[in-house]
Design a protein around this ligand. Structure first.
Ligand code: NAD
Length: 279
């Protein structure tokens, strides 16, 4: 049962970490009462749905993981830290042979894959854990593969709105644009319109005010050269629950792969979707 699956969430004091830890408890997983945290946050005790989680800094990570592995040998780690910590954390988990779900974005992604491959540890790595968004992204990729140039001559407009703290363009929007390119639309990722102004987000994009600090609204508009035909694809996400839920699915998926002693060891969210064990 899910109760047999212990999950350690680094860092439960971060926004995504907390959301994942809460979703894990709600799904009946066993939340490990220890987590790793960033500089300056060690020694805190966080209450996550009545589980007291002790936060420890990286300097204590070896002893903490010893303790966790001793008490929870089947632990799976979920990592939502910072781009600057991605590679070091992955190397640490891999060296210690602990399976993990890496939700953190950034860092050196090639090095991350190599670390995991070389160590033979089980992992799900996905910069986008929203499984329905991943399914949409994959569907566009499949459409592009099967019907190349189907939209040749059409014009594309892409608008993406995120909390103003997000500086770069959305990786998901870039991936979808790559599929549209294969469908015959000439469009450069630089042409993606980024909306980061809260005023415009509320008035033009319809973002609820309470989600200005955490949302992902994407609209892809296609129109024929003569202007007589239009298509629009849209996915509007408020808050973090979609990513937290996807992370719990990824942990359950990984736990199954470990039990089956699967040959393949490094997975992404498309594998999780294909696994078909959605809750
Ligand atoms: P946040 O700033 O709220 O939390 C990050 C936490 O990591 C902080 O509490 C910090 O103290 C901690 N930290 C820093 N270095 C650490 C280390 N070496 N070990 C352990 N903890 C450390 O950020 P957030 O909004 O929770 O986002 C975290 C990451 O998740 C970002 O990279 C973000 O892009 C990514 N993200 C991914 C998805 C997805 O679907 N995969 C969705 C949302 C966010």
């Amino acid at each position: 049962t899910t109760k047999d699956i212990p999950i350690m969430v680094n860092d439960c004091s971060g926004k995504m970490g907390r959301a994942v830890a809460e979703a894990a408890v709600e799904a009946g997983l066993q939340l490990v009462p220890f987590c790793l945290t960033g500089p300056g946050f060690g020694g805190r005790v966080l209450n996550i749905n009545n589980v007291e989680v002790h936060a420890h800094e990286a300097s204590e990570k070896e002893e903490i993981l010893d303790k966790v592995l001793d008490r929870y040998p089947d632990v799976i780690i979920a990592d939502y830290t910072l781009p600057s910590a991605v590679n070091e954390n992955a190397e640490f988990y891999s060296k210690r042979g602990v399976p993990f779900v890496m939700g953190t974005t950034g860092g050196d992604r090639n090095r991350l894959l190599k670390t995991v491959h070389d160590s033979g540890v089980y992992a799900v790595i996905a910069p986008q854990m929203g499984k329905q968004v991943v399914a949409f992204q994959a569907a566009m990729e499949i459409m592009a593969e099967q019907f190349p140039d189907a939209f040749k001559g059409y014009k594309l407009e892409v608008t993406e709105s995120h909390q103003s703290s997000k500086v770069d363009t959305s990786g998901t929007a870039r991936a979808v644009v790559a599929s549209f390119n294969k469908l015959g639309l000439s469009f450069d990722a630089e042409q993606i319109k980024m909306v980061r102004d809260p005023e415009e987000q509320v008035t033009k994009m319809g973002v609820p005010e309470e989600h200005l600090k955490g949302h992902a609204f994407h609209t892809y508009s296609l129109s024929s050269a003569d202007g007589l035909v239009t298509f629009q694809f849209q996915h509007n996400v408020c808050g973090r629950s979609i990513y937290a839920q996807g992370t719990v699915d990824a942990v359950l998926f990984l736990s199954n792969k470990i039990k089956e002693s699967s040959e393949k060891k490094v997975y992404n969210m498309v594998d999780v979707l294909r696994g078909g064990s959605m809750r």
